[in-house]
Design a protein around this ligand. Sequence first.
Ligand code: NAD
Length: 487
Amino acid sequence: MSQAPMTLDMFIHGEWHAGSSGDRIEVMNPAKGELLATVPDGGQDEIDRAVESAHEGLAAWRATHPRQRSKVLYQIATTLQERAEEFATLYTLNSGSSMWTGLWTMNDVAGRRFEYYAGMADKIRGDTFVTPGEYLSYTLREPVGVTGHIIPWNGPLWIGSRTIAPALAAGNAVVIKPSKEAPLTLLKFAEMATECGLPPGVLNVVTGRGSTMGDRFAGHPGFDGIYFTGSTATGRRIMEQSAGNEVHSVMELGGKSPNIVFEDCDMESALDGAIMAIFANSGQICVAGSRLLVQESIHDEFVEKLVARARDVKIGGPDAGALMGPVITARQKERILDYIESGRAEAELVTGGGTPPDPELQDGYFLEPTIFDRVPNGARIAREEIFGPVLSVTSFVDQDEAVMLANDTDYGLASAVWTENLMRAHQMAEAIEAGQVYVNHYYTAAFEISRSSYKASGHGISEGPDAINEYLTHKAVSIKTGESSWE
Ligand code: NAD
């Protein structure tokens, strides 16, 4: 049964704000194609107010003892985990993802990141360098300041926690702009985090359309840092908008990741991995394995088995226990169908290509798992990020050709290699130009390890201990302690 649509406002300085224009944005439930909620269509006034609030919050937060900051972040982690079901339900209603993904996100991704960076808040240190009897030099590590975070719709807390947790641990204030498609969990999260002890203004969330808010956000002169996750095209635009303000930035952009299967792989595991890599969350994952490179000697057998598995992939809404949910909007569905049309002219469609026939899925934005075989690496479907359940299969003869094809892309976000040959696994890990290399699995990455991206997939460090440096400045202090031999 349908629920009445929710009304959520913006969260600024620890309070809800309806926005000055009175205009609202409709947020849809993609599994049902029906209205889920409305949020304010904010603009310049709300960005100004949120940035001003963040400057006030910054003063309080950077003066807070690091041990206390650590306690607040830990409280956020445990509260999110305790309320995982409530947040997961909101997230899945808004994204169409499975409940399993929602619970995993709250407990093991966002909750885990807040735990991890809670532990780092009181371990931020600098260097000392002593020239005996002359100088004592040391680094002061200071928060960057007021940081703007722009978050895509696929997993707002999964992705948002990656920049919000280290930013708060380092003593920064945060203004978040979620996507207009999926703003709900971040709004509720900001309220919850404030109840956990963040001073007012430390975590603010503004909502609006690209046209009313997006274009005014990144260029706001009140920001000291911009942390963007989204498509490469938008990332480039944001870099231009913020260029005049000399801000710190991390750009987590798009991908077209190669999933490389050698003849010496464990074929059953590689088949399962290839299905997960492209069809989990309907391919709407930045690191999705959207280009499958298969060694020619096993190509026919592998593709035949892969197609059989793709036809068995379960499709459904959040509670269906399905691997594939809907795509996020009707517009995104049309965009993906357009890619499928262009693929038909460039390669061999071996399964899928349309809307699933199940009558229960007709109102939501569902698509079939789709595989194209014999895709030339220059084809549009092999080069552009589709962000949907569409796989391109290309074969290679030997390891050199696999490396050449893997790296022949504008992107460098992630990759996977399937082989039982340990030496080959290491050689491939070195040769692939991507920030993440999975070997004999797909998707399981340790948040405790730092990584960065290659080429058009962005810049800056994410995750792990080194990411904290993206949210801190290094101030070098040099104190004269005696007569200098340099003078
Ligand atoms: P998008 O680039 O369309 O939007 C991302 C965010 O930018 C949204 O909040 C959007 O409202 C905002 N935005 C759009 N125009 C703007 C502007 N002019 N100024 C300021 N903000 C603006 O991306 P999307 O469709 O929401 O998400 C999918 C994309 O995100 C894919 O390309 C995917 O690969 C990428 N992504 C990357 C990672 C990563 O870690 N590298 C993770 C998740 C998603």
